[in-house]
Design a protein around this ligand. Structure first.
Ligand code: GLU
Length: 432
């Protein structure tokens, strides 16, 4: 079993989408199911509707899964297992107040040492625990031995017991912490490999330690994906528009191109342009680079352009707001100068709208428009052009500029003879 475990706390980040894609690919390769686990136990950070938004994005990208689980529904299991650990003396109730712990933390900072919990409550006598009405957290006792994590991308990393620390697994409000809920849920779902962002690397030994303490024998495999950097070499954050999947879609990048790009970066694929399904054939987790990858929007634009070229013309036409093969073929020509559907729309829509004529061509455009309106239908551009030249008496720039503007709404663009092939049946609509 594989899992994608997003938190419904914000817009889907491209890093999360990359994690979802890799999980999907590997689940297909291993012929194992993929589940989506909505990690909604942190009630304060949840944003209503984000869970559905995540599922909609997965559907749009063709990421299939067998089941959606809401982590909050498992809280009864988390509680039961935390109590089991307490009973077995592998975990303990900690009555240290948040203020007290904060003071200790500040002291450690002052002394320039890493803060660790001092295990003050680890061995409290039973009578001090049983009748104690003060609020408490539950902490798991730190491991005796180092925990070695074997990661498909990062290699082998050993974590010392002190770095794992006796950490909190249940908060004072009786909700599980992220590490506890996650470790238990991965165990309950029989997850074989966890693929997630490298920001979770320091959580991994804690989660392994929790499962070890619960007596779980299966060894969960890991792959932690390097972070994605922006142009300045910093981690891509909410402030970078392109970090949001929603933004990229609104900008006119195709889901197939975004997936292609996210699978391509920091990887060694056999080719540059491919579909998600094709990547299942050759994808290897171990080939993913250990170091961070830089997000390059120009490369994404190039990939998007290639995916747009691969669409059939009817489909392409729908992306620019028509349902017409001819307009699709016209749009293909415009792919010379547009790389997103938004840019394509900005080229195609003005063709059918009222045209803005620059002052210097007003007169010629008026004459040209009336000539076009009285012209018969011409199959060939050359015949159309010759007719207009003869009837209007316009020449050179005074002929070509107004003609182009009247037909396309732009002063520059692809070869007009090529465009005419696809516009000739709409001339009446274009020049009104
Ligand atoms: N919910 C975590 C996140 O969105 C992921 C947890 C995990 O994959 O283990 O970052």
């Amino acid at each position: 079993m594989l899992r994608f475990a997003p938190s419904p706390t914000g817009d889907m980040h491209i890093g999360n989408l990359r994690v979802a894609l890799f999980n999907y690919i590997v689940s297909k390769q291993k012929n194992e199911d993929l589940i989506v686990r909505i990690e909604d136990t942190d009630k304060e950070r949840n944003i209503e509707g984000k869970d559905q938004e995540i599922l909609d994005i997965l559907a749009l990208f063709g990421i299939e899964y067998s089941q959606v689980i809401y982590q909050s529904q498992n809280v009864r299991f988390h509680t039961a297992m935390a109590l089991q650990l307490v009973q077995e003396k592998k975990a303990f109730a900690c009555f240290c107040s948040p203020q007290w712990l904060e003071k200790k933390r500040a002291q450690a900072k002052e002394n320039k040492i890493a803060y660790r919990y001092d295990d003050a409550c680890a061995e409290l006598p039973a009578e001090l625990v049983i009748d104690n009405t003060n609020p408490f957290t539950i902490r798991i006792k730190k491991p005796q031995e180092p925990i070695v994590v074997k990661d498909h991308i990062k290699g082998e990393i050993s974590f010392a017991p002190d770095d794992i620390d006796s950490f909190i697994i249940m908060r004072q409000d009786k909700t599980p912490t992220y590490n506890f809920a996650c470790a238990v849920d991965d165990m309950l779902s029989d997850v074989s490999i966890v693929i997630r962002g490298e920001d979770h690397m320091s959580n991994t030994p804690k989660q392994d330690h929790i499962r070890n303490a619960l007596g779980y024998e299966k060894k969960v495999e890991y792959a932690h994906l390097p972070i994605i950097l922006n142009n300045e070499g910093k981690k891509m954050s909410k402030r970078d528009d392109a970090s949001s999947v929603k933004w990229l879609l609104e900008e006119g990048f195709l889901p197939s191109a975004i997936s292609n790009y996210l699978i391509l970066i920091g990887n060694k694929p056999p080719c540059e342009v491919f579909t998600l399904e094709e990547s299942i054939e050759w994808f290897e987790l171990t080939k993913i680079s250990k170091s961070p990858v830089r997000f390059d929007i120009d490369m994404l634009r190039h990939i998007n352009n290639e995916h747009l070229k691969n669409l059939d013309s009817k489909e392409l036409s729908r992306y620019v707001g028509f349902a017409d093969d001819e307009i699709g073929q016209l749009a293909k020509i415009y792919l010379e100068e547009a790389s997103t559907t938004k840019e394509l729309k900005a080229k195609i829509k003005p063709i059918f709208e009222e045209k803005n004529i620059p002052d210097e061509f007003q007169e010629q455009a008026l004459l040209m428009a009336s000539t076009i309106k009285s012209a018969p239908y011409f199959e060939e551009y050359n015949d159309f052009k010759n007719y207009l030249m003869k009837e209007s008496g316009l020449k050179g720039k005074n002929f070509f500029k107004p003609l182009r503007i009247l037909l396309t709404g732009a002063e520059h663009g692809p070869d007009i003879a090529e465009i005419y092939k696809h516009l000739k049946n709409y001339i009446g609509e274009i020049v009104k």
